[in-house]
Ligand binder design. Structure first.
Ligand code: ADP
Ligand code: MG
Length: 157
C-alpha cells in the first residue's frame, strides 16, 4: 500500500488517526503535512505526540518554527521535531537555522507548510494531505520511500 484515503468525520477521528500514526512511527521518518489553515495539521500532530507519550501541551511552533519532543519508541529515546514553517521568510532561513541537520535519519520530523521550504527541505517519506470536506476532513496519506511504505503498512486505521 503506497496510498491511503479516509474521511475524518470529526476531530475525534483526526485524533484516532494521530494515535494510529504514533503506533506506526519509525526512527528517521519525515512527514510533510499539507492543507490550508484550519485543516487539522496541528490537531493531528498533537494527537500523535500525546499518543507517543508526550504529556504536556503541543502548540503550533508559529514563532520558533520548530519544537522538539523527546519520546520513547520501542524502548529507545527519539526526538520528534514539529515544524510550522508558515511564517518562514524564505527557504534560505531553513538552512540558516540549521533545520536541515535535524533530518539525520534518526529524528522524526513532522513539517507543517513544507511548501515554504521548497528546494531545501528533504523529500518526505510520508505526505499527509488534509482538506475540509463538509463538517469533517478528508485525508490522504502517500508513501514516497521504503520507510514511508513501512509506516503505511504498520498503520492500522
Ligand atoms: P492547521 O494546523 O492545519 O492550521 P489546526 O489543527 O490548528 O489546523 O486546526 C484544525 C481545526 O479543525 C481545529 O479547530 C479542530 O478542532 C478542527 N478539526 C480537526 N479535525 C477535524 C475533523 N475531522 N472534522 C472537523 N473539525 C476538525
Ligand atoms: Mg498548524
Amino acid at each position: 500500500m503506497t496510498h491511503m484515503k479516509a474521511h475524518l468525520r470529526d476531530e475525534s477521528h483526526t485524533n484516532a488517526l494521530g494515535v494510529s500514526l504514533a503506533r506506526a512511527l519509525l526512527p528517521g521518518l519525515s512527514i510533510h503535512l499539507h492543507g490550508d489553515l484550519g485543516a487539522g495539521k496541528t490537531a493531528l500532530t498533537r494527537a500523535l505526540l500525546h499518543a507517543a507519550g508526550h504529556a504536556g501541551t503541543v502548540k503550533s511552533p508559529t514563532y520558533t518554527l520548530s519544537e522538539p519532543y523527546r519520546v520513547t519508541l520501542d524502548g529507545q529515546p527519539v526526538d520528534v521535531i514539529h515544524y510550522d514553517l508558515y511564517r518562514m521568510g524564505s527557504p534560505e532561513e531553513f538552512l540558516d537555522t540549521g533545520f536541515r541537520e535535524d533530518f539525520d535519519g534518526h529524528n522524526i520530523c513532522i513539517v507543517e507548510w513544507p511548501e515554504k521550504a521548497e528546494g531545501v527541505l528533504p523529500p518526505p517519506d510520508l505526505r499527509v494531505t488534509l482538506s475540509v470536506a463538509g463538517d469533517g476532513r478528508d485525508v490522504e496519506l502517500q508513501a514516497f520511500s521504503a520507510l514511508g511504505l513501512s509506516c503505511l503498512q504498520r498503520l492500522h486505521f
